[in-house]
Design a protein around this ligand. Structure first.
Ligand SMILES: [Mg+2]
Ligand SMILES: [Zn+2]
Length: 197
């Protein structure tokens, strides 16, 4: 069965886009936006508002990401063994250079960045509103497929609920606990690889 991995905070130790926002974006906007996520604004609206506060040249941002983003233990092994699909609410431009650093090639479904000097803008891969959660979400990219999902955050909720099997940590685990849905907790990706053998 297809293995689907979220990228930030799942394949990586820490959410790289959040790191970038904290370092180079407007912290006040960032904190305010994380507070209203799922309570009035959609994920797309929140991300668009947050990244508009970043005015970095893309190649500088990519260099910074390649230097600072670290992979969760077990990533290389899981990538090689299972050829997972990476499904991210982040951006190709920030994911693929980190994958290239790791010398790993995987299919990535994510959004595109227009890194304008007066503030970054997202170019969404898919803006169709999901019938289940009422906003554009990852589930739409997986329609009609059976899959195992691995994730950690808000953007993973709807796709995780529709999966055959779920591995969760952090906010996604708390969300599934709250809804009394079953999942397997993971810390490293070795945990996921071991459970799948
Ligand atoms: Mg994540
Ligand atoms: Zn949804």
């Amino acid at each position: 069965m297809q293995l689907v991995l979220d990228w930030d905070g799942t394949c990586t130790d820490v959410d790289g886009l959040h790191m970038l926002l904290e370092e180079f974006g407007d912290r006040e906007v960032y904190e305010q936006m994380e507070g209203v996520l799922g309570a009035g604004l959609t994920l797309h609206e929140v991300i668009a508002t947050e990244i508009a506060t970043i005015e970095l040249p893309l190649d500088f941002a990519v260099g910074w990401m390649r230097e600072h983003v670290t992979m969760r233990a077990g990533f290389a092994e899981l990538a090689e063994g299972r050829s997972p699909l990476i499904l991210s609410s982040g951006f190709h431009e920030l994911i693929e250079p980190v994958l290239a650093r790791e010398r790993i090639e995987l299919e990535v479904r994510a959004n595109r960045l227009d890194a304008r000097p007066d503030g970054w803008r997202p170019i969404w891969r898919d803006e169709a509103v999901c019938a289940t959660c009422g906003e554009p979400c990852k589930r739409g990219a997986l329609t009609g497929q059976r899959y195992i999902f691995v994730g950690d955050g808000y953007s993973d909720r709807c796709a995780a609920v529709a999966a055959e099997r779920v591995f969760a940590r952090d906010g996604l685990a708390r969300y599934l606990d709250g809804r009394r849905l079953s999942y397997e907790r993971f810390d490293t990706l070795h945990d996921v690889a071991a459970a799948l053998t």
